[in-house]
Design a protein around this ligand. Sequence first.
Ligand code: NDP
Length: 322
Amino acid sequence: MSDSIERVKCLIIGSGPAGYTAAIYAARANMSPVLYQGSQPGGQLTTTNEVENFPGYPEGITGPEMMVELRKQAERFETDVRDGWITRVDFSGPIHKVWVNETKEIHCDTVIISTGASAKYLGLPSEQKYLQLGGGVSACAVCDGFFYRNQEVVIVGAGDSACEEAHYLSKLCKKVTMLVRRDEFRASKIMEARVRNTENIDILFNTETEEVLGDGQVVTGVRVKNNVTGETRDLPATGFFVAIGHKPNTDIFKDYIELDKTGYIVNVPGTAKTNVEGVFVSGDAADHVYRQAVTAAGTGCMAALDAERYLAAKESYEEVEG
Ligand code: NDP
């Protein structure tokens, strides 16, 4: 092996709650984990304002603060946290190879994939502005719905996620308006029926978002347009929820790791194992159902424990074989 190639026992890709939890467990098991943060250090939680549903924070904590705490905890046990973006992998042989920023090559005994998923947004400047400000744009009703209790909110999307989130919001909010861009839902019939039968959910078909309106700090409404009649109108709202799907960050693994038809990594049920020995997955990269910080952290723990057991079994086999 060339001198420039580094060898690590446990490489963790991604710095959300899954990656950091995997790091805490791997470090405490003497696996000397190296964690690459990726392009959004801290992951999706850094775009969340207040986290009130992660056990252990009775007063709540902001997403960015929580990620700083998780990083500190991982570093306390000597996780080597690095800046860098894993651009390529080769999982074809017994040694798992990864490249950082297309230049540095690392050979890994185990790899834990914690690259997460990215919520899709409409991409409107006004939406992005209030998202960055933490002023009322969210892609997670379960995380943020509570802040809009007894208020009026708008949600975009017509799939199962949008229906589930609209229904969740309807129990907290005074009124939920759903914007459906076609004249029909994409969601399953049962989910569609649930929103149709909820009194305080108003469904606007053939309706698209023109602009998220606000006072410069927080959202105050949404300008919508009927794409059949061309009519526009302003809906009052303090929250704008986007539920138009997620994209798992798994593209670089697709030649080696089994993915489902929407790109999520397929894990061996009940474990963090993938189809490649020594490569494990945690967090939203393999989860399109729960997508919570606490479930990501739980699977991060599973991935580290599975990796530790894999290494222990491999080491005892190598000892026996001499
Ligand atoms: P989907 O891809 O199923 O739906 C996305 C929705 O967003 C579609 O209705 C789509 O509209 C709409 N959309 C996309 N882009 C825009 C846009 N620019 N403007 C307005 N609307 C837009 O994503 P989901 O996250 O809902 O679901 C992903 C997968 O997870 C699915 O397989 C789903 O069944 C599953 N799931 C299952 C759940 C359950 O069973 N409890 C809960 C949540 C998800 P259009 O229809 O016009 O394309």
